[in-house]
Every structure is written in structure tokens, then in C-alpha cells.
Ligand binder design. Structure first.
Ligand code: NAD
Length: 240
């Protein structure tokens, strides 16, 4: 049985990814703050480097690790002036340093097996900027570079690393971001939601299951020549 580690697998896109890998017959280990109830749960804050390292090392004592999906992330809605150093630090600690800790921890294990697939959850905001997303935009651009850099440094070990760049996907993170925007601006939530959908060429938001299908494909042998890539899944948003 193949083993897949997912960070942030208790909600939204991560939860769909956990379910999709279970459907494909994987043992799935979910590292999150709280249990989402699907897969093997490991209580782990990705900002705590040693904790991430210890959990992944313990999982590796039982089996090789075939796939890592570094997915845990938060959004923070503000422009640069309204982003404090602490705000910036928090977003980077979770989104960037958390991914660094997970990727760094699986690499020695994957190197031993001379194979592995790493998928890093970036965003369309790795490719384009969106308003009032200063810290988030920066963090996702950094993750795109993390995927490319890892792909180059570990290609010799048959380890593939790719970034997935979703557009607007209907998850708790999306709803929290809309709520924050509405609180700040006084806008009506259902109107903002409608407008968001109409901004997408496919005229709807994406669903977490659609992202999970791309992630399981990237982890599979069918994607054996895909590495160092940024895979956009955004209903056509960045094509405009
Ligand atoms: P979500 O809020 O529904 O889920 C995020 C998960 O990460 C939660 O289970 C949460 O507990 C976990 N998490 C947060 N901080 C953590 C920490 N310190 N340690 C461990 N786990 C932690 O969000 P989502 O929309 O499913 O987003 C998942 C990923 O997809 C994020 O990286 C996000 O930036 C990215 N993304 C989301 C969208 C979107 O529109 N929803 C678009 C592009 C990219």
C-alpha cells in the first residue's frame, strides 16, 4: 500500500485530497491542528518545525512515503499598509515555512527509495497578484519557487515536485476571506459571492474535488515526466 502525507487535510481542498487518495487505495496521514475525521490524523502545527519532522519520521518508520501534499495554508486580507510585521510573519510561518518543514522532512525518506512525488498547494496568486492580498500573494509566489527549486535539486533522485495553482475554490478559507472583505467594506456577502462567480470565465467557483483530482494525477505514474511545473486550475481566470 502506498503512503501519502497531506498537511491541512481536515478541511476544504485538503480534506478532498485526503478522500481522493483513500479512494485510490493509499494510506493517508493528515497533519493538521484538528481532526477532520478522514484518514490517519496526526495533531501537528506546521509552524513547529521539530513537530513536523518528528511526525513525518515516525510515519516513515512504518512505511516509505510515496507522496507529500503540502497544503496547509491561511489567507490574510490586507494591502501592504495594513499588514503588520506580525501579520506577515504569521502568513509566512504557515504558508511558506510550514511547506519548507514538510518538504525538507520527506526528502531523506524519498531519497532512500529513489522516488517520490511532492505537490505544493500554491494559488493562482503565485502567477498574478490580487488586491488586498499582500502577504498571501507573496507567500504563494514563494511556494511556486519552492516547487521549482525542489524539482531541480532532487530530479537526480527521481523525486518530482510540482505546484498546484487553484483559482477561487469554494472552501471555508474562501468564505472566511469573503466575510473579512464584507466586514471591512460593508458589502453584501451574497452579492460578492455572485460577483466572484461571474468573474470566472466558466461562470462558477471551483470545487475542492476538482483540485483533488489534479493532485492525485500529479502523484500518479501517468504524470511521470511532469516536474517543476505550476499547474493552473482556475476556470480560465488567469487566461484573461
Ligand atoms: P481551509 O481553511 O478550508 O483549510 C485549511 C486547512 O489547513 C485547515 O484544515 C486548517 O486547520 C489547516 N491549517 C491551518 N493552519 C495550520 C497549521 N499551522 N498547521 C496545520 N494545519 C493548519 O482552506 P482551503 O481553501 O482548503 O485551502 C487549502 C490550501 O489551498 C491553502 O494553502 C490555500 O492557500 C490554497 N488555496 C485555496 C484557494 C481557495 O480559493 N480556497 C485558492 C488557491 C489556493
Amino acid at each position: 500500500m502506498k503512503t501519502c502525507i497531506v498537511t491541512g487535510g481536515s478541511s476544504g481542498i485538503g480534506l478532498s485530497i485526503v478522500k481522493a487518495f483513500i479512494d485510490k487505495g493509499y494510506r493517508v496521514c493528515n497533519l493538521d491542528l484538528t481532526d477532520g475525521g478522514v484518514g490517519e490524523f496526526y495533531q501537528c502545527d506546521v509552524t513547529e518545525h521539530q513537530s513536523v519532522h518528528n511526525v513525518i519520521s515516525n510515519i516513515a518508520k512504518q512505511s516509505a512515503i510515496d507522496v507529500l501534499v503540502s497544503n496547509a495554508g491561511i489567507h490574510f486580507s490586507a494591502n501592504i499598509e495594513d499588514t503588520s510585521p506580525d501579520d506577515l510573519q504569521k502568513v509566512f510561518d504557515i504558508n511558506v515555512k510550514g511547506a519548507y518543514s514538510a518538504v525538507q522532512s520527506v526528502l531523506p525518506i524519498m531519497k532512500r527509495e529513489n522516488k517520490g512525488a511532492i505537490i505544493i498547494m500554491a494559488s493562482d496568486q503565485a502567477l498574478i497578484a490580487k488586491q488586498n492580498s499582500f502577504a498571501y500573494n507573496l507567500s504563494k509566489a514563494a511556494l511556486a519557487s519552492m516547487a521549482k527549486t525542489t524539482a531541480l535539486d532532487y530530479a537526480a533522485f527521481n523525486i518530482r515536485a510540482n505546484a498546484v495553482c487553484p483559482g477561487t475554490i469554494e472552501t471555508p478559507l474562501y468564505h472566511n476571506a469573503i466575510n473579512a472583505y464584507c466586514q471591512r467594506s460593508g458589502a453584501d456577502k451574497s452579492a460578492v459571492h455572485q460577483e466572484e462567480a461571474s468573474l470566472q470565465p466558466l461562470n462558477r467557483l471551483g470545487q475542492p474535488e476538482e483540485v483533488a483530482a489534479l493532485v492525485t494525477f500529479l502523484a500518479s505514474d501517468e504524470a511521470s515526466f511532469i516536474t517543476g511545473s505550476l499547474q493552473v486550475i482556475d476556470g480560465g481566470y488567469t487566461a484573461q
